[in-house]
Design a protein around this ligand. Structure first.
Ligand code: HEC
Ligand code: HEC
Length: 293
């Protein structure tokens, strides 16, 4: 921190402390407006207020907090660049805690790292550890119960975009995944509605007024490369199965039309620099356990 900002902070802190003290000192004996009956003279709904000074013990508590804050600023950092006589830093405390956690959990991580994921899920403690990692790292996108949300896959069902083996799940977490559905609106033109109708029909629903045969013909020209000709999808590309009722972005005609017209690009970030290999192993176990039961 530059000298300017250091002094800036010191000045604000000192002005605050002196200001608090001044406020207490100068108001300690102030008499406000006083009516003849010893009240402030204000009345609201028949309630009056006595005009008594603050009790002494109450006032002294404020003075004690000021003395405490000065003592605190001597031993801990608080005045700009001054480090305090204890030499405490938040980074130092963090480093100490990380070192302590490594010492405590290192051997446990190492033990679990040797087990296959299929073995790992039989160990309740390992699954709980994986769940904690999930709760810290993944819940913002996949939900605290791992059931996901629109655009974020549900990880508890047996429906997978990508490879569902333990190695495949681990790969999803380690390197991340990019779902790439390019916008098809321009290519389909007037046939967009018909293709939407065909996709509705693939999951056994009413296609409305759409010309399903025309939609099928377009599908077989454009979509089959990724979603397969029978619509069951392709885990290599993360192209979803369109024949079931599990939808990543929603299964209404409007949502399907939006997916097709504008495309979709879901991104699962790589976690290899966020978690250690041992942590990824444990969280893979947790994810695997959710649908393995
Ligand atoms: C920033 C949001 C985000 C975070 C954080 C995140 N994910 Fe994901 N994850 C996604 C999205 C989006 C997808 C779907 C990618 C796609 O559409 O192709 C996904 C896909 C996956 C898949 C593949 C699912 C399938 O059906 O094949 C797995 C497994 C997964 N995530 C696990 C995790 C785990 C475990 C964590 C925490 C370590 C995590 N994710 C953190 C957004 C996230
Ligand atoms: C280049 C490969 C590719 C092509 C071509 C493609 N898709 Fe997709 N599609 C994908 C991928 C990958 C996703 C998932 C995107 C994501 O994970 O964000 C997807 C998502 C979808 C979804 C959303 C599914 C859901 O569960 O919400 C629909 C609907 C869809 N595609 C229909 C079509 C139709 C119809 C066509 C042809 C007009 C088509 N796609 C062409 C790859 C493709």
């Amino acid at each position: 921190m530059s000298d300017f900002w250091s002094w800036y902070i010191i000045t604000i802190v000192v002005i605050n402390i002196v200001g608090c003290w001044g406020l207490l000192y100068f108001t300690r004996n102030l008499e406000g407006e006083q009516a003849d009956d010893g009240t402030t003279g204000h009345e609201y709904d028949g309630i009056k207020e006595y005009n008594n000074p603050l009790p002494r013990w109450w006032l002294y508590m404020f003075y004690i907090t000021i003395v405490y804050s000065i003592g605190y600023l001597v031993v801990y950092p608080g005045l700009g660049n001054y480090k305090g006589t204890f030499g405490w830093t938040s980074a130092g405390q963090h480093a100490e805690e990380v070192a302590a956690a490594k010492k405590e959990f290192g051997p446990i991580f190492a033990k679990y790292a040797k087990l296959d994921v299929e073995e790992l899920v039989k160990d309740k403690k390992a699954v709980t550890m994986g769940q904690r990692i999930f709760a810290n790292t993944c819940f913002a996108c996949h939900g605290s119960d791992a059931r996901g949300a629109a655009g974020y896959p549900n990880l508890t069902d047996n429906d997978w975009l990508y490879d569902a083996t333990p190695d495949g799940i681990k790969l999803s977490i380690t390197n991340g995944r990019n779902g790439m559905m390019p916008p098809q609106g321009a290519i389909l033109g007037d046939d967009l509605k018909n293709v939407v109708g065909y996709v509705m029909a693939l999951s056994g629903r009413d296609a409305g007024t759409a010309d399903v045969d025309a939609g099928k013909a377009k599908y077989e020209q454009v979509c089959f490369v990724c979603h397969q000709s029978d619509g069951t999808g392709n885990p290599m590309l993360g192209a979803p199965n369109l024949t079931d009722m599990v939808w990543l972005y929603g299964g209404s005609a409007g949502q399907i039309e939006k997916s097709i017209k504008d495309g979709r690009t879901g991104v699962m970030p790589a976690h290899k620099d966020i978690l250690t290999a041992e942590q990824i192993h444990l969280v893979t176990g947790y994810i695997y356990s959710l649908s393995a039961e």
